[in-house]
Design a binder for this molecule. Sequence first.
Ligand code: SAM
Length: 298
Amino acid sequence: MPVLLKEVIDGLQIIPSGIYVDCTFGGGGHSKKILEKLNQDGRLIVFDQDEDAKKNVPDDKRVTFVPHNFRHLQRFLRFHKIQKVNGILADLGISSHQINEAERGFSTRFDAEMDMRMNQKDQKTAGDIVRNCSEAQLHKIFEQYGEVTNSKTLAKRIVEVRKTQSLNTIKGFKDAVYPVVKGNPEKYFAQVFQALRIEVNDELNVLKELLAQSVAVLAEGGRIAVITFHSLEDRLVKNFFKNGTFENEAPKDLYGNAIENELKVITKKPIIPSTEELKVNPRSRSSKLRIAEKIKVS
Ligand SMILES: C[S@@+](CC[C@H](N)C(=O)[O-])C[C@H]1O[C@@H](n2cnc3c(N)ncnc32)[C@H](O)[C@@H]1O
């Protein structure tokens, strides 16, 4: 069930003959609606690094599937001979398909290998991280990406138990660290798993690369819509749309003058799901949509 569907489609202000990019095709819910708004001259380029998404791609000559990470947006648009696009959508995170497939290792509800790779051709799994990262690295991952309150203790515990236990499976991992769990175990493991997933898939860096490239590929008046699911991502999108950088202040040139931003913020505050949407789709709970428009700078 696509999150914030109407809000995304309204926000993109789709031109029927335009070229659009869905960076996170997944089950194709958002793409389907975009296609409905396009005429026969319109084009839709869809990215998904998970090969499982391919089976959802409609048989439609207007659609091009790119089975790669959206961090290569500009490269693949060039490859398909596209200079500029009229709109970009990124609905970040994992799909329902990925979370519901036990063996993908994303969900704390199942027992499977500690995997969590969106792209199954990638080398590094969550298991590799808990087995091989140093205590300091683990501490940083849990603190920065999961905001886990006792990240230092957790890192120490992992390094201690892995001397005698393999930490290959979700159940094995959860049992091994259970003695240091603080507060509600469900919430605690959700934060721990979020941190590992962000590290496995390099999620913050790929988002930064996508945002930076989007400015170059958007046509004037073109819009970018990004749905995030946690504050780390939302902060990056918010700052980038507002300032053109990932910091909380606008960059200045050598003379101290503010460098003009090529994006105009359309959503001063993020759009969040309505009560009705939350009722029918509880997974939309922490989603936030931000939209910006490419403008002409002097
Ligand atoms: C939340 S789902 C998108 C759901 C989709 N909007 C729909 O309506 O069905 C995110 C999808 O994006 C993919 N994805 C996440 N990060 C990606 C990245 N950096 N590059 C390519 N695909 C990515 C995931 O594999 C997943 O299938």
